[in-house]
Design a protein. Structure first.
Lengths: 130, 572
């Protein structure tokens, strides 16, 4: 019985931890990849747009129609909030006000898939090559 | 019985800081849940988050959120940062708690709403800025804790931190609690619970939270051995939790306790370092920097102009330390006096003869006059040589400049023989260290060395040479101390760490990082997550007096406790 109670506790406690635990991994679009709930999300800065690619756990694209996302961007010690809209297939896109230097930019996204609760993900764009 | 355990297990998980908001869909690819971490039962809703720069622990107490902000690498509290917490679409700026370093407080409505809250914390410090995320789970029964408690907590908190006496008292009480627990665990679990309560009391005082929490049942020591300690704690909302050892041997140390123990860490970085050997040695005086004062004849000691030197006095080279009035026995004395009388008698005769001859100059041969003059001069010199033998004293002078280390005489003492050492003088700037090497290959391979004394002073040494003759089957090695600190004494034992040829790869840590584990093996404490420390058994090699090289047992990039490791080791 002791074992079973511990197992239940372990099962309940092994929930997704924070994204940084995975270390930096780079997605197919050249941006950092983080866990967002049961999904994987890749964030790319394209000029002044920020683009979020959503895949499932096995990196297959997920249709994001009806989803919404909000990004909090920290650049040059200033935070700004950007709403990301679905932009076809598995991408969400939104305009951000980024200065020329993208060094040390940190982004937190709150992704709300249709009919689900918002899930957070954290991206460190520090040395992503932009 | 089973439902009770199930509910207990559920409570373990419910009390967790781990974000449990999202549905966990198991999927292949990689493991979203990380390696299963040991269960840490926090007694209050807690959020832990960290990034490359910061480590953050947020604790909810009633309607107040306390944010502890530290540097990720060093565990040093971050002061003067701007902390903004966003949750449920509401952004609140946390204000620094006065009198506390790196603690920020905020009040928000959502803190009273049960359920998971996704937090985004924006941190802007002087040199770095970051965004941190995490989920704070507010349990359904959390509201009753007094909403106005925050002010009371901070006031007492500030008072305790500002008053060194109170702080010291808090530390003492805390340690007392720890020790009491150790003493009591030997005698049954009921007493262990009492000891644990004592720790709790110490912590209560230490962190300044004044919530009275008597009456609750800390069922630490009940019959379910597999149960995690503190599982019954969810009933304890509002009371701070105490540092404790978890069943897997790791430590749960809440942030307030870490601040109290001043726990600091360093990030392990592999380095190449010279291989070393340890030797035992002692401080000796340089033959050119040490001197003995001895008498050449027997006699009576008389103080010099400035009195007899005392031990510890600084003397200059050539300074008269004492004088010896020669001891002449009666027979010798009368012989000398007899000689003086004879010489004086002859002197009188010779003087009158010489005078007479000088008056007759020209009438007597010049040869006679010269003879009489020469005889007179010779007699005068004899008398001059004889007369002071009874009164002349021998001055004892300091052979070198230095400190008097031994004084074996007193005024008026009669000394016999020449072997007696009257004073010893050592030049403290020219001390040496002599060490014994039992392995000839080691003796030949040593290039440089450092030494540490028992009181922690560090000496850098330079090899002068090694003896060709063995002493007690060992080779004596002589080192010069490059920077002799004050207070070093001849004969003081020192521990030498000598660098020999070849290098070893490992992680350089301060000596205080390495402590002894329960079974006596050397361990270091790794700061694994914000409030959890794990013991890592290590294999070490001394690098110099203050640092060690960890050859195995620590992964690169791990955060290892440097300051406060000894105190962490006391947590039971």
């Amino acid at each position: 019985m002791k074992l079973s109670s511990l197992l239940i506790a372990a099962a309940l406690s092994t929930t997704p931890a924070m994204a940084f635990a995975h270390g930096p991994s780079v997605g197919p679009h050249g941006g950092p990849v983080a866990d967002a709930g049961s999904y994987h999300a890749e964030l790319v800065l394209q000029g002044n747009d920020i683009v979020l690619y959503v895949t499932d756990g096995s990196d297959k694209p997920v249709d994001v129609t009806g989803a919404k996302a909000e990004a909090t961007i920290l650049a040059n010690k200033q935070t700004q909030k950007v709403t990301l809209e679905p932009a076809g297939a598995n991408t969400l896109k939104g305009p951000a006000n980024l200065s020329a230097t993208h060094d040390g930019v940190k982004v937190v996204t709150a992704l709300t898939m249709p009919g689900q609760k918002p899930v957070q993900a954290r991206f460190d764009m520090g040395h992503a090559g932009h | 019985m089973i439902p009770r355990r199930l509910s207990a297990a559920a409570m373990i998980a419910a009390g967790l800081a781990a974000p449990a908001a999202t549905p966990v869909a198991a999927h292949e690819g990689h493991d979203h849940g990380d390696a299963p971490k040991p269960v840490i039962a926090a007694t209050v809703p807690t959020l832990e988050a960290s990034s490359a720069d910061f480590e953050l622990v947020a604790v909810s107490r009633g309607g107040t959120l306390l944010v502890y902000l530290d540097r990720f690498a060093t565990n040093q509290p971050v002061t003067g940062a701007t902390v903004e917490v966003s949750a449920d679409g509401e952004t609140v700026t946390a204000l620094p708690v006065s009198g506390e370093e790196g603690v920020y407080r905020l009040q928000a409505g959502w803190l009273s709403k049960p359920g998971p809250h996704d937090l985004t914390v924006s941190v802007t410090a002087a040199d770095a800025a970051d965004l941190l995320i995490g989920t704070l789970e507010i349990p359904a029964d959390a509201q009753p804790a007094g909403a106005g408690g925050g002010h009371g907590v901070s006031a007492i908190l500030g008072q305790v931190r500002n008053d060194p006496g109170l702080l010291l008292g808090a530390v003492m009480v805390f340690l007392l609690g720890v020790l009491t627990t150790i003493a009591l665990t030997q005698r049954g679990r009921a007493r262990a619970a009492a000891g644990a309560a004592l720790i709790g009391l110490g912590l209560l005082l230490a962190s300044g939270a004044a919530f009275a929490h008597g009456g609750e049942d800390h069922s630490h020591g009940d019959d379910t051995k597999g149960k995690v300690p503190g599982v019954a704690a969810p009933a304890l909302y509002g009371a701070p939790d105490s540092p404790r050892r978890l069943p897997d041997g790791s430590l749960y140390v809440p942030k307030p306790s870490q601040r109290l123990l001043a726990v600091r860490t360093t990030v392990a970085k592999p380095q190449e370092a010279a291989r070393t050997v340890q030797l035992i040695g002692q401080v000796v005086a340089d033959p050119n920097g040490g001197g003995h004062v001895q008498a050449t004849q027997s006699g009576r000691i008389e103080p010099g102009e400035r009195g007899l030197p005392y031990v510890g006095q600084r003397v200059e080279a050539g300074q008269v330390l004492a004088a010896i009035a020669p001891a002449v026995n009666v027979v010798d004395r009368s012989g000398i006096q007899q000689q003086i009388a004879t010489v004086e008698q002859e002197l009188v005769i010779a003087e009158s003869r010489a005078q007479r001859l000088r008056k007759l100059e020209g009438n007597v041969p010049q040869r006679d006059i010269d003879e009489a003059e020469a005889n007179l001069n010779g007699l005068r010199k004899r008398r001059a040589a004889l007369s002071p033998t009874l009164t002349t004293k021998e001055a004892l002078r300091a052979p070198i400049t230095g400190i008097v280390t031994a004084n074996n005489v007193k005024a008026g003492q009669v000394i016999e023989g020449r072997d007696q050492v009257l004073f010893e003088i050592v030049d403290p700037s020219r001390l040496m260290v002599e060490a014994l090497a039992f392995d000839p290959r080691v003796a030949n391979a040593i290039k440089t060395a450092t030494a540490a004394t028992a009181d922690g002073a560090n000496l850098s040494l330079e090899l002068l040479g090694s003896s060709l003759a063995l002493r007690q089957q060992a080779i004596p090695l002589l080192f010069r101390i490059s920077n002799p600190p004050s207070g070093l004494g001849v004969g003081q034992p020192v521990r030498l760490v000598a660098q020999i040829q070849g290098t070893a790869s490992g992680i350089v840590l301060p000596r205080q990082s390495v402590v002894r584990g329960a079974s006596g093996q050397p361990i270091v404490w790794q700061h694994e997550s914000p409030q959890r420390f794990v013991a890592r058994p290590v294999r070490t090699q001394a690098l110099d007096g203050n640092t060690v090289l960890v050859l195995a047992g620590v992964e690169p990039e791990a955060r290892i406790v440097t300051e406060g490791a000894g105190l962490l080791n006391q947590v039971r």
